[in-house]
Design a protein around this ligand. Sequence first.
Ligand SMILES: *Cc1c(COP(=O)(O)O)cnc(C)c1O
Length: 430
Amino acid sequence: MGSSPFDAWITNDPEVTSLLAREWERQTTTLQLIASENFASPAVMAATGSILTNKYAEGYPGRRYYGGNQVVDEVEELARHRLTSLFGADHANVQPHSGANANVAVYQALLEPGDTILAMRLDQGGHLTHGSPASITSKWWNFVSYGVTPRSDDPAHPGELIDFDNVRELAHAHRPKMILAGATAYARIIDPAPFREIADEVGALLMFDSAHVAGLIAGGSHPNPVPFSDVVSFTTHKTLRGPRGGAILCREEFAKKIDSAVFPGQQGGPLEHAIAAKAVSFKEASLPSFATYTNQIVANSKAFAAALGAEGFRNVSGGTENHMVLLDLRQFDEELTGKVAQEVLDRAGITTNRNTIPDDPRSPFITSGLRVGTAAQTTAGMKEREFAAIAAMMARALRHRDDDAEIVQVRSDVAALCADFNPYGSFTKL
Ligand SMILES: *Cc1c(COP(=O)(O)O)cnc(C)c1O
Protein backbone atom coordinates (compact mmCIF):
# COMPACT_ATOMS: atom_id res chain seq x y z
CA MET A 1 0.00 0.00 0.00
CA GLY A 2 1.06 3.62 -0.45
CA SER A 3 2.92 5.35 2.33
CA SER A 4 1.68 8.52 3.93
CA PRO A 5 4.02 11.54 4.05
CA PHE A 6 4.29 10.89 7.77
CA ASP A 7 5.57 7.32 7.57
CA ALA A 8 9.14 8.56 7.75
CA TRP A 9 8.39 10.07 11.14
CA ILE A 10 7.47 6.69 12.60
CA THR A 11 10.92 5.36 11.77
CA ASN A 12 12.27 7.88 14.29
CA ASP A 13 10.51 5.75 16.89
CA PRO A 14 12.16 2.38 16.42
CA GLU A 15 10.13 0.67 19.14
CA VAL A 16 6.74 1.48 17.61
CA THR A 17 8.04 0.97 14.06
CA SER A 18 9.20 -2.50 14.94
CA LEU A 19 5.91 -3.33 16.66
CA LEU A 20 3.97 -2.23 13.57
CA ALA A 21 6.24 -4.31 11.35
CA ARG A 22 5.76 -7.36 13.56
CA GLU A 23 1.97 -6.96 13.51
CA TRP A 24 2.02 -6.56 9.72
CA GLU A 25 3.98 -9.81 9.56
CA ARG A 26 1.52 -11.56 11.90
CA GLN A 27 -1.59 -10.41 10.03
CA THR A 28 -0.23 -11.36 6.63
CA THR A 29 1.46 -14.69 7.39
CA THR A 30 -1.14 -16.29 9.67
CA LEU A 31 -4.86 -16.92 9.16
CA GLN A 32 -7.24 -14.40 10.71
CA LEU A 33 -10.36 -16.35 11.62
CA ILE A 34 -11.70 -14.20 14.45
CA ALA A 35 -15.29 -13.55 13.38
CA SER A 36 -15.26 -9.93 14.56
CA GLU A 37 -12.15 -8.98 12.58
CA ASN A 38 -11.54 -7.88 9.02
CA PHE A 39 -8.94 -6.18 6.80
CA ALA A 40 -9.90 -2.54 6.26
CA SER A 41 -9.03 -1.07 2.87
CA PRO A 42 -5.95 1.14 2.42
CA ALA A 43 -8.37 4.05 1.83
CA VAL A 44 -10.05 3.42 5.21
CA MET A 45 -6.65 3.22 6.92
CA ALA A 46 -5.42 6.39 5.21
CA ALA A 47 -8.44 8.36 6.48
CA THR A 48 -7.97 6.87 9.97
CA GLY A 49 -4.38 8.10 9.96
CA SER A 50 -5.26 11.54 8.61
CA ILE A 51 -4.95 15.14 9.77
CA LEU A 52 -8.54 15.10 11.02
CA THR A 53 -7.27 13.56 14.27
CA ASN A 54 -6.21 17.08 15.28
CA LYS A 55 -9.66 18.66 15.28
CA TYR A 56 -11.95 19.16 18.27
CA ALA A 57 -15.58 19.11 17.15
CA GLU A 58 -17.80 18.65 20.20
CA GLY A 59 -21.40 18.84 19.05
CA TYR A 60 -22.89 18.02 15.65
CA PRO A 61 -22.56 19.57 12.15
CA GLY A 62 -23.81 23.17 12.28
CA ARG A 63 -23.96 23.07 16.11
CA ARG A 64 -20.37 22.84 17.35
CA TYR A 65 -18.91 24.27 20.52
CA TYR A 66 -15.55 25.30 19.01
CA GLY A 67 -14.60 27.17 15.83
CA GLY A 68 -12.87 25.89 12.72
CA ASN A 69 -15.32 23.09 11.94
CA GLN A 70 -16.13 24.05 8.33
CA VAL A 71 -14.42 20.98 6.90
CA VAL A 72 -15.24 18.43 9.59
CA ASP A 73 -18.91 19.46 9.40
CA GLU A 74 -18.84 18.36 5.78
CA VAL A 75 -16.99 15.15 6.68
CA GLU A 76 -19.58 14.19 9.29
CA GLU A 77 -22.53 15.21 7.07
CA LEU A 78 -21.13 13.06 4.29
CA ALA A 79 -20.76 10.07 6.64
CA ARG A 80 -24.30 10.50 7.99
CA HIS A 81 -25.78 10.91 4.52
CA ARG A 82 -23.96 7.85 3.13
CA LEU A 83 -25.05 5.78 6.11
CA THR A 84 -28.75 6.69 6.05
CA SER A 85 -28.77 5.96 2.29
CA LEU A 86 -26.98 2.63 2.75
CA PHE A 87 -29.56 1.24 5.20
CA GLY A 88 -32.61 3.36 4.33
CA ALA A 89 -32.74 4.94 7.80
CA ASP A 90 -34.24 8.25 8.95
CA HIS A 91 -31.32 9.34 11.09
CA ALA A 92 -27.70 8.33 11.73
CA ASN A 93 -25.24 9.07 14.51
CA VAL A 94 -21.69 8.23 13.43
CA GLN A 95 -19.87 9.41 16.56
CA PRO A 96 -19.83 6.35 18.89
CA HIS A 97 -16.23 5.36 19.55
CA SER A 98 -17.21 1.68 19.64
CA GLY A 99 -20.13 -0.72 19.49
CA ALA A 100 -20.29 -0.89 23.29
CA ASN A 101 -20.53 2.92 23.54
CA ALA A 102 -23.27 2.91 20.91
CA ASN A 103 -25.32 0.39 22.89
CA VAL A 104 -24.99 2.19 26.21
CA ALA A 105 -25.93 5.47 24.49
CA VAL A 106 -29.10 3.86 23.10
CA TYR A 107 -30.13 2.58 26.54
CA GLN A 108 -29.38 5.97 28.05
CA ALA A 109 -31.38 7.76 25.35
CA LEU A 110 -34.53 5.66 25.43
CA LEU A 111 -34.74 4.14 28.93
CA GLU A 112 -34.76 5.19 32.57
CA PRO A 113 -32.37 3.51 35.01
CA GLY A 114 -33.96 0.30 36.28
CA ASP A 115 -36.08 -0.29 33.14
CA THR A 116 -36.24 -3.84 31.83
CA ILE A 117 -34.51 -4.98 28.63
CA LEU A 118 -35.17 -8.42 27.16
CA ALA A 119 -31.96 -9.61 25.46
CA MET A 120 -30.15 -12.77 24.42
CA ARG A 121 -28.41 -14.91 27.05
CA LEU A 122 -24.69 -14.25 27.12
CA ASP A 123 -23.75 -17.92 27.29
CA GLN A 124 -25.89 -18.61 24.20
CA GLY A 125 -24.61 -15.80 21.99
CA GLY A 126 -25.46 -12.41 23.55
CA HIS A 127 -22.89 -9.62 23.99
CA LEU A 128 -21.37 -8.22 27.21
CA THR A 129 -23.43 -5.04 26.75
CA HIS A 130 -26.60 -7.17 26.77
CA GLY A 131 -26.49 -7.33 30.56
CA SER A 132 -23.33 -9.15 31.62
CA PRO A 133 -22.79 -8.96 35.39
CA ALA A 134 -19.35 -7.52 34.53
CA SER A 135 -20.81 -4.72 32.39
CA ILE A 136 -22.15 -1.39 33.65
CA THR A 137 -25.29 -2.17 31.63
CA SER A 138 -26.43 -4.77 34.21
CA LYS A 139 -26.02 -2.27 37.03
CA TRP A 140 -28.14 0.47 35.43
CA TRP A 141 -30.81 -1.63 33.73
CA ASN A 142 -32.70 -4.79 34.55
CA PHE A 143 -31.95 -7.50 31.99
CA VAL A 144 -34.09 -10.55 31.37
CA SER A 145 -32.63 -13.10 28.95
CA TYR A 146 -34.06 -15.35 26.26
CA GLY A 147 -32.19 -18.33 24.85
CA VAL A 148 -32.05 -20.84 22.02
CA THR A 149 -34.10 -23.99 21.51
CA PRO A 150 -32.68 -27.30 22.79
CA ARG A 151 -30.25 -29.20 20.63
CA SER A 152 -31.68 -32.10 18.67
CA ASP A 153 -30.02 -34.92 16.75
CA ASP A 154 -32.53 -34.65 13.89
CA PRO A 155 -30.49 -33.07 11.06
CA ALA A 156 -33.66 -31.53 9.59
CA HIS A 157 -34.36 -29.71 12.88
CA PRO A 158 -31.01 -29.24 14.61
CA GLY A 159 -32.28 -26.81 17.26
CA GLU A 160 -30.06 -24.21 18.97
CA LEU A 161 -32.00 -21.47 17.15
CA ILE A 162 -33.46 -18.36 18.83
CA ASP A 163 -36.47 -19.60 20.78
CA PHE A 164 -39.23 -17.17 19.81
CA ASP A 165 -41.73 -18.92 22.10
CA ASN A 166 -39.35 -18.13 24.94
CA VAL A 167 -38.97 -14.51 23.73
CA ARG A 168 -42.77 -14.10 23.62
CA GLU A 169 -43.36 -15.75 26.98
CA LEU A 170 -40.73 -13.61 28.74
CA ALA A 171 -41.96 -10.46 26.98
CA HIS A 172 -45.51 -11.02 28.25
CA ALA A 173 -44.32 -11.97 31.75
CA HIS A 174 -41.85 -9.10 32.24
CA ARG A 175 -43.25 -6.32 30.03
CA PRO A 176 -39.80 -5.02 29.02
CA LYS A 177 -39.45 -1.40 27.90
CA MET A 178 -37.10 -2.67 25.17
CA ILE A 179 -36.47 -5.92 23.32
CA LEU A 180 -32.95 -6.37 22.01
CA ALA A 181 -32.20 -8.57 19.01
CA GLY A 182 -28.64 -9.36 17.95
CA ALA A 183 -25.77 -11.59 18.98
CA THR A 184 -22.04 -12.02 19.05
CA ALA A 185 -21.88 -15.80 18.69
CA TYR A 186 -24.80 -17.02 16.61
CA ALA A 187 -24.36 -18.45 13.12
CA ARG A 188 -27.91 -18.01 11.80
CA ILE A 189 -29.87 -15.18 10.21
CA ILE A 190 -31.67 -13.15 12.87
CA ASP A 191 -35.10 -12.38 11.44
CA PRO A 192 -36.27 -8.97 12.70
CA ALA A 193 -39.97 -9.59 11.84
CA PRO A 194 -40.93 -11.89 14.76
CA PHE A 195 -39.07 -9.60 17.17
CA ARG A 196 -41.16 -6.64 15.91
CA GLU A 197 -44.35 -8.63 16.29
CA ILE A 198 -43.56 -9.54 19.91
CA ALA A 199 -42.41 -5.99 20.74
CA ASP A 200 -45.75 -4.68 19.44
CA GLU A 201 -47.71 -7.20 21.51
CA VAL A 202 -46.21 -5.79 24.71
CA GLY A 203 -45.62 -2.17 23.67
CA ALA A 204 -41.81 -2.48 23.80
CA LEU A 205 -39.22 -0.67 21.74
CA LEU A 206 -37.19 -2.87 19.39
CA MET A 207 -33.45 -2.39 19.24
CA PHE A 208 -31.42 -4.46 16.77
CA ASP A 209 -27.70 -4.79 17.59
CA SER A 210 -26.24 -5.70 14.22
CA ALA A 211 -22.59 -5.29 15.29
CA HIS A 212 -21.49 -8.50 13.59
CA VAL A 213 -23.74 -8.60 10.55
CA ALA A 214 -23.93 -4.91 9.51
CA GLY A 215 -21.80 -5.68 6.45
CA LEU A 216 -23.94 -8.67 5.48
CA ILE A 217 -27.01 -6.43 5.71
CA ALA A 218 -25.36 -3.66 3.66
CA GLY A 219 -24.40 -6.19 1.00
CA GLY A 220 -27.94 -7.57 0.88
CA SER A 221 -26.98 -11.03 2.18
CA HIS A 222 -29.10 -10.62 5.33
CA PRO A 223 -32.51 -8.94 5.90
CA ASN A 224 -32.35 -5.25 6.78
CA PRO A 225 -33.64 -4.70 10.35
CA VAL A 226 -34.06 -0.93 9.88
CA PRO A 227 -37.72 -1.00 8.69
CA PHE A 228 -38.64 -3.21 11.69
CA SER A 229 -36.63 -1.51 14.43
CA ASP A 230 -36.82 1.66 16.45
CA VAL A 231 -33.04 1.70 16.73
CA VAL A 232 -30.22 -0.22 15.06
CA SER A 233 -26.70 -0.12 16.52
CA PHE A 234 -23.58 -1.62 15.03
CA THR A 235 -19.82 -1.61 14.83
CA THR A 236 -18.10 -0.38 11.71
CA HIS A 237 -15.06 -2.69 11.89
CA LYS A 238 -16.55 -6.20 11.69
CA THR A 239 -18.22 -7.40 8.47
CA LEU A 240 -18.76 -3.77 7.40
CA ARG A 241 -14.94 -3.55 7.02
CA GLY A 242 -14.54 0.06 8.11
CA PRO A 243 -12.41 1.61 10.86
CA ARG A 244 -12.79 0.54 14.50
CA GLY A 245 -15.93 2.30 15.78
CA GLY A 246 -19.69 2.31 16.23
CA ALA A 247 -22.80 3.90 14.77
CA ILE A 248 -26.52 4.20 15.50
CA LEU A 249 -29.51 4.42 13.16
CA CYS A 250 -32.93 5.42 14.43
CA ARG A 251 -36.39 6.66 13.56
CA GLU A 252 -36.67 10.45 13.28
CA GLU A 253 -38.64 10.69 16.55
CA PHE A 254 -35.63 9.38 18.52
CA ALA A 255 -32.94 11.37 16.69
CA LYS A 256 -32.57 14.15 19.25
CA LYS A 257 -32.49 11.78 22.21
CA ILE A 258 -29.92 9.50 20.56
CA ASP A 259 -27.68 12.42 19.59
CA SER A 260 -27.78 13.91 23.11
CA ALA A 261 -27.02 10.52 24.69
CA VAL A 262 -23.89 10.04 22.51
CA PHE A 263 -22.74 13.64 23.07
CA PRO A 264 -22.68 15.01 25.72
CA GLY A 265 -24.23 11.97 27.43
CA GLN A 266 -21.43 9.45 26.82
CA GLN A 267 -18.57 11.05 24.96
CA GLY A 268 -16.65 14.29 24.48
CA GLY A 269 -15.14 15.24 21.13
CA PRO A 270 -15.87 12.90 18.20
CA LEU A 271 -13.04 11.12 16.33
CA GLU A 272 -13.45 12.93 13.01
CA HIS A 273 -10.59 10.95 11.45
CA ALA A 274 -12.52 7.75 12.27
CA ILE A 275 -15.71 9.38 10.96
CA ALA A 276 -13.99 10.17 7.64
CA ALA A 277 -12.85 6.54 7.50
CA LYS A 278 -16.42 5.42 8.29
CA ALA A 279 -17.60 7.55 5.33
CA VAL A 280 -15.08 5.77 3.08
CA SER A 281 -16.27 2.36 4.25
CA PHE A 282 -19.96 3.29 3.79
CA LYS A 283 -19.20 4.19 0.19
CA GLU A 284 -17.29 0.93 -0.33
CA ALA A 285 -20.23 -0.98 1.18
CA SER A 286 -22.68 0.64 -1.23
CA LEU A 287 -20.91 -0.64 -4.36
CA PRO A 288 -21.99 -3.80 -6.24
CA SER A 289 -18.58 -5.37 -5.51
CA PHE A 290 -19.43 -5.32 -1.80
CA ALA A 291 -22.56 -7.42 -2.40
CA THR A 292 -20.35 -9.90 -4.24
CA TYR A 293 -18.01 -9.84 -1.24
CA THR A 294 -20.72 -10.52 1.36
CA ASN A 295 -22.30 -13.29 -0.72
CA GLN A 296 -18.85 -14.88 -0.93
CA ILE A 297 -18.47 -14.58 2.86
CA VAL A 298 -21.66 -16.61 3.36
CA ALA A 299 -20.72 -19.16 0.67
CA ASN A 300 -17.30 -19.54 2.30
CA SER A 301 -18.84 -20.07 5.75
CA LYS A 302 -21.13 -22.78 4.41
CA ALA A 303 -18.20 -24.57 2.75
CA PHE A 304 -16.11 -24.14 5.90
CA ALA A 305 -18.91 -25.51 8.13
CA ALA A 306 -19.38 -28.53 5.87
CA ALA A 307 -15.65 -29.29 5.76
CA LEU A 308 -15.31 -28.89 9.53
CA GLY A 309 -18.32 -31.17 9.97
CA ALA A 310 -16.64 -33.79 7.78
CA GLU A 311 -13.58 -33.58 10.05
CA GLY A 312 -15.80 -34.49 13.02
CA PHE A 313 -16.55 -31.09 14.55
CA ARG A 314 -20.20 -30.50 15.43
CA ASN A 315 -21.69 -27.28 14.05
CA VAL A 316 -23.81 -25.61 16.73
CA SER A 317 -27.32 -25.12 15.19
CA GLY A 318 -26.32 -27.55 12.44
CA GLY A 319 -24.66 -25.05 10.11
CA THR A 320 -24.30 -21.38 9.27
CA GLU A 321 -26.02 -18.59 7.35
CA ASN A 322 -23.60 -15.78 8.13
CA HIS A 323 -19.86 -15.12 8.44
CA MET A 324 -19.19 -17.45 11.37
CA VAL A 325 -19.17 -21.06 12.38
CA LEU A 326 -19.63 -22.00 16.03
CA LEU A 327 -18.06 -25.37 16.76
CA ASP A 328 -18.76 -27.83 19.55
CA LEU A 329 -15.37 -29.53 20.04
CA ARG A 330 -16.62 -32.43 22.16
CA GLN A 331 -17.67 -34.62 19.26
CA PHE A 332 -14.24 -34.17 17.64
CA ASP A 333 -12.45 -34.93 20.89
CA GLU A 334 -14.16 -35.15 24.29
CA GLU A 335 -10.94 -34.03 26.03
CA LEU A 336 -10.30 -30.98 23.85
CA THR A 337 -11.36 -27.66 25.42
CA GLY A 338 -11.85 -24.36 23.59
CA LYS A 339 -8.93 -22.91 25.50
CA VAL A 340 -6.50 -25.63 24.42
CA ALA A 341 -7.80 -25.60 20.83
CA GLN A 342 -7.25 -21.84 20.59
CA GLU A 343 -3.70 -22.20 21.94
CA VAL A 344 -2.79 -25.10 19.63
CA LEU A 345 -4.18 -23.28 16.59
CA ASP A 346 -2.27 -20.13 17.55
CA ARG A 347 0.94 -22.16 17.41
CA ALA A 348 -0.11 -23.39 13.98
CA GLY A 349 -0.70 -19.81 12.74
CA ILE A 350 -4.50 -20.05 12.82
CA THR A 351 -6.05 -17.28 14.90
CA THR A 352 -9.44 -18.13 16.45
CA ASN A 353 -11.26 -17.60 19.72
CA ARG A 354 -12.71 -20.02 22.21
CA ASN A 355 -16.40 -19.51 22.89
CA THR A 356 -19.10 -20.95 25.10
CA ILE A 357 -21.74 -23.02 23.33
CA PRO A 358 -25.34 -23.48 24.49
CA ASP A 359 -25.43 -25.51 27.73
CA ASP A 360 -21.63 -25.56 27.88
CA PRO A 361 -20.53 -27.72 30.81
CA ARG A 362 -17.20 -25.87 30.94
CA SER A 363 -16.56 -22.34 32.27
CA PRO A 364 -16.45 -19.28 29.95
CA PHE A 365 -12.68 -19.20 30.47
CA ILE A 366 -12.21 -22.83 29.33
CA THR A 367 -15.29 -23.53 27.11
CA SER A 368 -16.19 -26.47 24.86
CA GLY A 369 -16.56 -24.30 21.78
CA LEU A 370 -14.56 -22.45 19.18
CA ARG A 371 -15.79 -19.56 17.02
CA VAL A 372 -14.33 -19.06 13.55
CA GLY A 373 -15.20 -16.43 10.96
CA THR A 374 -14.67 -16.00 7.23
CA ALA A 375 -14.97 -12.22 6.75
CA ALA A 376 -11.26 -11.33 6.91
CA GLN A 377 -9.84 -14.12 4.76
CA THR A 378 -12.65 -13.57 2.23
CA THR A 379 -11.41 -9.97 1.94
CA ALA A 380 -7.99 -11.49 1.21
CA GLY A 381 -9.56 -13.33 -1.73
CA MET A 382 -10.06 -16.83 -0.33
CA LYS A 383 -12.92 -18.95 -1.64
CA GLU A 384 -14.64 -22.26 -0.76
CA ARG A 385 -11.59 -24.33 -1.78
CA GLU A 386 -9.25 -22.48 0.59
CA PHE A 387 -11.70 -22.74 3.49
CA ALA A 388 -11.98 -26.50 2.96
CA ALA A 389 -8.17 -26.64 3.11
CA ILE A 390 -8.16 -24.56 6.32
CA ALA A 391 -10.66 -26.99 7.92
CA ALA A 392 -8.26 -29.86 7.15
CA MET A 393 -5.31 -27.92 8.60
CA MET A 394 -7.25 -27.16 11.79
CA ALA A 395 -8.19 -30.82 12.25
CA ARG A 396 -4.60 -31.92 11.61
CA ALA A 397 -3.16 -29.48 14.14
CA LEU A 398 -5.71 -30.41 16.79
CA ARG A 399 -5.37 -34.17 16.26
CA HIS A 400 -1.59 -33.96 16.52
CA ARG A 401 -1.49 -31.27 19.19
CA ASP A 402 1.19 -33.10 21.17
CA ASP A 403 3.45 -33.47 18.14
CA ASP A 404 5.52 -30.29 17.70
CA ALA A 405 6.88 -31.32 14.29
CA GLU A 406 3.35 -31.71 12.93
CA ILE A 407 2.33 -28.29 14.28
CA VAL A 408 5.38 -26.75 12.61
CA GLN A 409 4.35 -28.44 9.35
CA VAL A 410 0.82 -27.01 9.57
CA ARG A 411 2.31 -23.60 10.37
CA SER A 412 4.33 -23.78 7.19
CA ASP A 413 1.30 -24.83 5.09
CA VAL A 414 -0.60 -21.89 6.59
CA ALA A 415 2.22 -19.51 5.64
CA ALA A 416 2.21 -20.85 2.06
CA LEU A 417 -1.56 -20.28 1.79
CA CYS A 418 -1.27 -16.77 3.25
CA ALA A 419 1.50 -15.91 0.78
CA ASP A 420 -0.97 -16.52 -2.06
CA PHE A 421 -3.66 -14.38 -0.41
CA ASN A 422 -2.01 -11.31 1.07
CA PRO A 423 -4.91 -8.93 1.81
CA TYR A 424 -2.86 -5.87 0.95
CA GLY A 425 -1.01 -7.48 -1.91
CA SER A 426 -4.24 -8.23 -3.75
CA PHE A 427 -6.48 -5.41 -2.54
CA THR A 428 -8.26 -3.94 -5.52
CA LYS A 429 -9.81 -0.52 -5.19
CA LEU A 430 -13.56 -0.93 -4.88
C1 LIG B 1 -18.70 -6.55 18.95
C2 LIG B 1 -20.05 -6.33 19.51
C3 LIG B 1 -20.36 -5.16 20.25
C4 LIG B 1 -19.32 -4.19 20.75
O1 LIG B 1 -18.45 -3.65 19.89
P1 LIG B 1 -17.07 -2.98 20.41
O2 LIG B 1 -16.70 -2.08 19.29
O3 LIG B 1 -16.14 -4.09 20.67
O4 LIG B 1 -17.37 -2.21 21.66
C5 LIG B 1 -21.67 -4.97 20.63
N1 LIG B 1 -22.63 -5.86 20.33
C6 LIG B 1 -22.37 -7.00 19.67
C7 LIG B 1 -23.47 -7.95 19.37
C8 LIG B 1 -21.07 -7.28 19.25
O5 LIG B 1 -20.82 -8.42 18.61
